[in-house]
Design a binder for this molecule. Sequence first.
Ligand code: C2E
Ligand code: MG
Ligand code: MG
Length: 631
Amino acid sequence: MPGSSRGALRAALLYLLASAIWLIMIGQILSSLFDDSAQSLRWQLINGYAWVLATAVLIFLARARVLRCFGLGDQGRIERERLRMAAAVFDSTLEGVLVTNRLGNIVHVNRAFMDITGYHEDEVLGHNPSKFKSGRHGSDFYRQMFHSLDQDGRWSGEIWNRRKSGEIYPQWQTIRAIYSDAGHMTHYVAVFSDISAIKHSELERAHLTQHDPLTDLPNRLLFHDRAQQTLAAAQANKRGCALLLLDLDHFQSINDSLGHTIGDQLLKAVVTRLQGLLGSGVTLARMGGDEFAVLLEDSPQAAHAATLAQAIIDGLKQPFLLEGHTLFISASIGISLFPSDALGAEQLLRNADSALFKAKGNGRGGYALYTEELTAHAQQRVEMTAELRRALAQEELRVYYQPVHDLASGQLVGVEALVRWMHPERGLVPPGEFVPIAERSGLIAEIDAWVMAQACRQMCDWQAQGRELDFIAVNVSSRLFGRLDLYQQVARILADTGLDPARLELEVTESAVMEDPDSALEQMHRLRELGLRLSIDDFGTGYSSLLRLKRLPVQKLKIDQGFVAGLPLDEDDAAIVRVIIALGRSMGMQIHAEGIEQPEQAQFLVQQQCELGQGYWFGRPMPASDLFPRG
Ligand code: C2E
Ligand code: MG
Ligand code: MG
């Protein structure tokens, strides 16, 4: 029998004995009151009172002992007070507290427990804590936990449990076994904190090392890992994959002119658009700066990847509206295929990179494949270049002229010279099919010089015939524009033909200027010294830095036909055209719209004070003889 219960029994017996003696003594005193012997009465009273007093003291002591033993005395009150205080502390701590009895049934939980787990105490009292198991730990884990509790009376560690909502979450938990005075284990007390927030920040840190903070896309590191996994899976399943490396053209000029905040916003908008264009089974990553990678997990043929690349290029061509700015951007893409081009992620990336380099060299805004197709294309280009050289020598090239009208008066004021190839078998080949190839081979410089000489001579002929035109415009390729001897070439042609330099206009594309704005500025100043005029062709398709544009010695902006096409109903096109006109005029430039096919387009442009117009509505490019028929 435990010591404490034996003490309680002894105290109870003492209490009963003292009470019995006390009652007997009271009885004796009462009966002596009716005794007639006075001496006997006094003695009995003294004797009786002494016993009553002694037994009363005994009763009091025994009662106190009994109460203490049963936890009801002063000591019990202190104990209860202490428990109340402990409960108050429990309730105010942020840690969850759970107390079970020896059998593992829950006997107490605190407020934080309810907050963390979502259970009310009524739902858990009497239950076993296994109710909260997440299923994330095996039986070994629990075996080890109970072993520690048995051996050391405590256990602490990370444990995943389940909230009432079903969500599983990590806890840091400390469990202690509680022993009685007699050394018996009576309770377990578990104190735990919800460490999901800490875990989350750890995950966040891990996430950041593998993701780009601006767009939250996987970074180069993670992309490399994913590519390796994807290629391994593709190899096992005998699937083809494709890697597309994408670079935004002239993105730096956006940062330079509009600032990094707009640049960042544009990058995010590009990502959102790319995500919309790409379906499932595709990994999109930001490789750094304005370079992105797209990994297609199942791409059976080159054509499949090429179609997607074209869709991306087309998709990014649509304007981006950011904080009142309408931004146009284009992208170049290099494609490398698995397994035909490379078997490893590293090699695949390298190949895509060289394909990207080729795509940029091709004039940007396009894609290139690192495959046999690329070799085939290269072969085709070599053949075409040889053919073109022959065409130039055998005078198969022709110059067509497209009229330019004053929009307000409707008068013919100038022409644009456009090259054609009269192929002996294929007939009239448009410049779109051979100018890019000529650009790449460098032959374009010779072609442009030839066209320029033809055009200047033609202008002199017309003047001699009394056909007065304000100007003749000639296109200058970016390749030629980049050459330092352009100035001498133009000067020689002007001298040879005798054309008044003021009648010659050179068209340079916006992207050619923005490729190297500082050299472009120098080149333009040199050309201007000759007395000719300069215009920016296809304005609005490249991304011009407005600050730089302002510094350029340019007399004219030619609005790209892409914006004219939607006039007057397309609100975006109308807004863009209005802005270009306002911008150009504010810089003292003449505005010239291309691609006018409808009278409404011309009307809208006149209303907006656009001065010059060119397009099928006025006349297609045609031989000189058709523009001013003789006789
Ligand atoms: P570009 O300089 O912007 O020339 C305007 C193009 O738009 C011409 O195409 C013209 O035929 C076409 N165009 C004119 N009006 C309309 C219209 O109302 N609707 C439509 N849909 N199209 C219209 P083309 O002659 O095929 O020339 C295409 C591009 O080839 C030119 O664009 C220019 O960049 C280049 N190019 C043409 N000739 C030469 C040249 O001699 N040297 C160089 N370097 N490039 C040239
Ligand atoms: Mg042009
Ligand atoms: Mg143009």
